[in-house]
Ligand binder design. Structure first.
Ligand SMILES: Nc1ncnc2c1ncn2[C@@H]1O[C@H](COP(=O)(O)OP(=O)(O)O)[C@@H](O)[C@H]1O
Ligand SMILES: O=C(O)C1=C[C@@H](OP(=O)(O)O)[C@@H](O)[C@H](O)C1
Ligand SMILES: [Mg+2]
Length: 176
């Protein structure tokens, strides 16, 4: 069926650095579009009955990455969802490939200057950031930026309110 091939059927998959707002914006976007929302980290937390921090502590990062990969590859093939990934997921080639082939990959792009304001709100729940200096975090931010270049759509986040971001995403998705 032609409709199956159309962009309207594809799931919208949010990518970007930790704390840019993938979970928050994904949920708001799903509400507005009346689609199901899936946050991969929350789904893993439910599956293991542990926080992401606890999964890192008790099972290790390699285990988390493996489970994250299995879950995202399966989810990316589903249609008409809004799916927020964890910020490190797109480093895995298999995840990138499956998301770019099957979904509409939306990159939430924020400057480091604006992002720095988020550190106090996220540091306790993001094991990857813990124990790093600001310079180390900035290097990670820039390394990851190079990976997020692989996307279909991008929204610049600096200085925008949540509602404005959701509206601009809906405009550029052209789902009508
Ligand atoms: N548009 C926004 N303006 C201000 N704070 C925000 C905005 N979006 C998210 N936040 C806050 O930033 C933090 C990280 O948001 P979250 O959606 O969890 O990001 P991510 O899923 O990309 O890690 C949370 O404390 C959240 O409340
Ligand atoms: O960037 C990363 O490596 C991670 C990002 C987190 O998700 P958010 O991007 O939603 O914070 C979460 O998956 C885990 O803490 C690892
Ligand atoms: Mg998130």
């Amino acid at each position: 069926m032609l409709q199956k091939e159309s962009g309207k059927q594809k799931s919208i998959i949010l990518i970007g650095f930790m704390g840019v707002g993938k979970t928050t914006i994904g949920k708001a976007l799903a509400n507005k579009l009346k689609r199901d929302f899936i946050d991969v980290d929350h789904q893993l937390e439910r599956e293991y009955n542990m926080t992401v921090t606890e999964i890192f502590q008790y099972h290790g990062e390699a285990f988390f990455r493996k489970k994250e990969k299995e879950m995202i590859i399966a989810l990316s093939k589903q249609t008409q969802k809004v799916i927020s990934l964890g910020g490190g997921a797109f480093l895995q080639e298999d995840i990138r490939k499956s998301c770019l082939e099957n979904g509409i990959v939306l990159y939430l792009d924020m400057s480091f200057k604006a992002w720095k304001q988020r550190i106090p709100f996220i540091i306790d729940s993001r094991p990857v950031l813990q124990g790093k200096s600001e310079e180390e975090i900035k290097n990670l931010f820039n390394e990851r930026k190079a990976i997020y270049i692989n996307h279909h759509l991008k929204v610049k986040m600096d200085g925008k309110e949540l509602e404005e971001i959701v509206e601009s995403v809906i405009d550029s998705l052209d789902l009508a």
